[in-house]
Design a protein around this ligand. Structure first.
Ligand SMILES: Nc1ncnc2c1ncn2[C@@H]1O[C@H](COP(=O)(O)OP(=O)(O)OP(=O)(O)O)[C@@H](O)[C@H]1O
Ligand SMILES: O=P(O)(O)OC[C@H]1O[C@H](OP(=O)(O)OP(=O)(O)O)[C@H](O)[C@@H]1O
Ligand SMILES: [Mg+2]
Length: 285
């Protein structure tokens, strides 16, 4: 039987979350220390641990069928590679920044300037669209130091919390793209492995939906059920069950995780009591 080959980052920011999402999909990796290739249990899959930046080429060459990779890396060197799923972790921006004390009005201020970056294609493309020409210096890390050591007037790098920019006395002036981890697919994946991919995608979708939702249980007086059901943005219709105490019911439903706090006060104001919020492991609609 065929096995799908997946690349995940060997070490770095994507590694742990990539292993975790596979685990949540019921796929555990038989990984000895420093192994670069590993088998999995419970799923026809083989895992390769690679550098994130090398993954687009492995996908293009068909050495691996699929990969978990930062979308920003695909924009930089994998425009020909398709995205099957967005994975909702490792969210970041790729931005241009200049020293804090430099006056910046528009992208025109970068015309003829030196820009240091690990993402030369992304910057080139962005500047071309805006009709700006700049002198690019490609460096592979610690990009934010470049203006301080006189190597460049501006930088382009990943920004998440903004603390690296802050520590290096820089300010973000243009957001070129937003990125998250994605599941990318080789253009030469076989039909057999594409059907394994579909099974994996089905599991990933169930995991991502569950991560974004909470199961809410609460007690309410019967005369308040209609009001409370109106407040609850459920999957379909909430479950209403009678409590042993006369005149009271228990209401169960699924709520989007980030909406729960917004509706809590309304629920309490309508007389809801004993509110429980529980994690959901998998969700298939
Ligand atoms: N500060 C951050 N916050 C959120 N996501 C980030 C951050 N920095 C990087 N990422 C995302 O994680 C990916 C991997 O980043 P990381 O720094 O671990 O690897 P790398 O050094 O770029 O790659 P390689 O595996 O090739 O050495 C990036 O491509 C980006 O998508
Ligand atoms: O806005 P922030 O939250 O500060 O994150 C941004 C920083 O994170 C990444 O570096 P990383 O820590 O991955 O180090 P690296 O340069 O060794 O990859 C990126 O290259 C930025 O420098
Ligand atoms: Mg990094």
């Amino acid at each position: 039987m065929s096995k799908i080959k997946i690349a995940i980052q060997k070490s770095g920011r994507l590694n742990q979350d990539s292993v975790q999402i596979l685990k949540d999909c019921g796929i555990s990796i038989d990984n000895g220390k420093d192994q670069l290739k590993a088998a999995t249990r419970n799923f026809p899959m083989e895992v390769m641990f690679l550098r994130n930046g090398d993954i687009p080429q492995y996908l293009r060459d068909g050495v691996v069928d699929i990969a978990i990779i930062g979308e920003n890396v695909l924009v930089e060197k994998g425009q020909d590679i398709a995205i099957a799923e967005r994975l909702n972790f490792s969210k970041c921006k790729v931005s241009l920044a200049v020293p804090k004390d430099v006056v910046y009005n528009s992208i025109k201020d970068l015309d003829g300037k030196r820009i240091a970056t690990s993402y030369p294609n992304t910057v080139k493309e962005y500047l071309k669209e805006k009709g700006i020409s700049a002198d690019l210096h490609q460096i592979s890390g610690s990009v934010e130091i470049a203006p301080n050591i006189g190597l460049a007037d501006a930088i382009c790098d990943i920004v998440s919390s903004g603390s690296t920019l802050f520590k290096n006395n820089l300010k973000e002036v243009e957001v070129m793209l937003t990125s998250e981890a994605v599941l990318a697919v080789s253009p030469s994946i076989s039909d057999e492995n594409r059907s394994i991919l579909q099974k994996l995608q089905f599991r990933i979708q169930a995991v991502l939906k569950a991560r974004a939702s909470k199961y809410v249980l609460l007690n309410a007086p019967n005369d308040k059920i209609d009001r409370i059901v109106d407040i609850l943005p459920g999957m379909r219709s909430p479950t209403v069950l009678p409590l042993a105490e006369k005149g009271w019911s228990s209401i169960h439903t699924v709520v989007e995780k980030n909406k729960f706090w917004d509706i809590l006060d309304e629920l309490k104001a309508e007389g809801a009591e004993g509110i429980l919020v529980c994690p959901i492991e998998k969700m298939v609609l």
